[in-house]
Design a protein around this ligand. Structure first.
Ligand code: PEP
Ligand code: MN
Length: 270
């Protein structure tokens, strides 16, 4: 594919979230709202048999009047709760000034869809994680091509960050029955063009919880290396993205639901 001829990434993920022949599930609430709320979410992730919990402390909200996250307080809640449970944390960093703070509390730094082309942030995150055990999850931009997405990853890898996971989270299309449109072909294309692992976020793609499990099954079949799913102990009361949050019983059943599909792909759900 000529247009991709300057894509250089040949970095194998070094020490990160994704291991061979596994299908990694990251789950948890969109946002840390309180200690009690995050603890309920994290305990469910542990009980569901997963090793990574997600939760936002710095939230990229469309409206400046929406809840913006608890910031540093949210990071502390996450690291204390997850530390007690032995879970690793994935959380978003939006501002280059917060990178070190986020790294103190989290194992994996998420770069959100809205920041996929924030090149100073990408470079600084790449330099900050170089030589550490931290990883990066790079969400695909809302309207980014696969080429733009991979080249954004190269900003991180070329700055020294060799532990990058791509995350397809749905793109803007004319379709309105879902919040975004999950582009599974992009997962396959990105995996053919790079050695970076690719995970799928069916929650933001669908924007509705009833589609999360069917899309998760499809992600396994599309050769994805894992999932990032949102879940909440009380979706109707969630401060952010409640419509797309898997209720706890569904999260607890997720491993069993995915196991046969992953098995067919030669992978173990972890
Ligand atoms: C999120 O993971 O909560 C989030 C805001 O994701 P995205 O950047 O994909 O919208
Ligand atoms: Mn969210």
């Amino acid at each position: 594919m000529d247009v991709f001829e300057y894509v250089k990434t040949d970095v194998k993920t070094r020490n990160g979230m994704i291991r061979p022949n596994t299908f990694r599930v990251v789950a948890g609430p969109c946002t840390v709202e309180s200690r009690e709320q995050f603890a309920a979410g994290a305990e469910a992730v542990k009980q569901a048999g997963f090793e990574y919990v997600r939760g936002g402390a710095f939230k990229p909200r469309t409206s400046p009047y929406s809840f913006q996250g608890l910031g540093e307080e949210g990071l502390k809640i996450m690291s204390e709760v997850a530390g007690d449970l032995g879970l690793k944390i994935v959380t978003e960093v939006m501002d280059p000034y917060d990178i070190e703070l986020v790294m103190e509390h989290a194992h994996v730094l998420q770069i959100g869809a809205r920041n996929m082309q924030n090149y100073p942030l990408l470079r600084r995150v790449g330099a900050a994680i170089a030589g550490t055990d931290h990883g990066v999850v790079l969400k695909r931009g809302l309207s980014a091509t696969v080429e733009e997405w991979i080249l954004a990853a190269e900003y991180v890898t070329s700055a020294g960050g060799d532990n990058v996971v791509l995350c397809e989270r749905g793109i803007r299309t004319f379709e309105t029955s879902t919040r975004f449109t999950l582009d599974l072909s992009a997962v396959i294309v990105a995996k053919r063009l790079t050695d970076l692992p690719v995970i799928v976020d069916p929650s933001h793609a669908a924007g509705r919880s009833d589609l999360v499990i069917p899309l998760s099954k499809a992600a396994v079949a599309a050769e994805a290396d894992g999932l990032m799913v949102e879940s909440h102990h009380d979706p109707q009361e969630a401060l952010c993205d409640g419509e797309q949050a898997l209720p706890i019983p569904a999260l607890l059943g997720l491993k069993d639901v995915l196991r046969p599909f992953a098995g067919a792909m030669g992978r173990e759900v972890i």
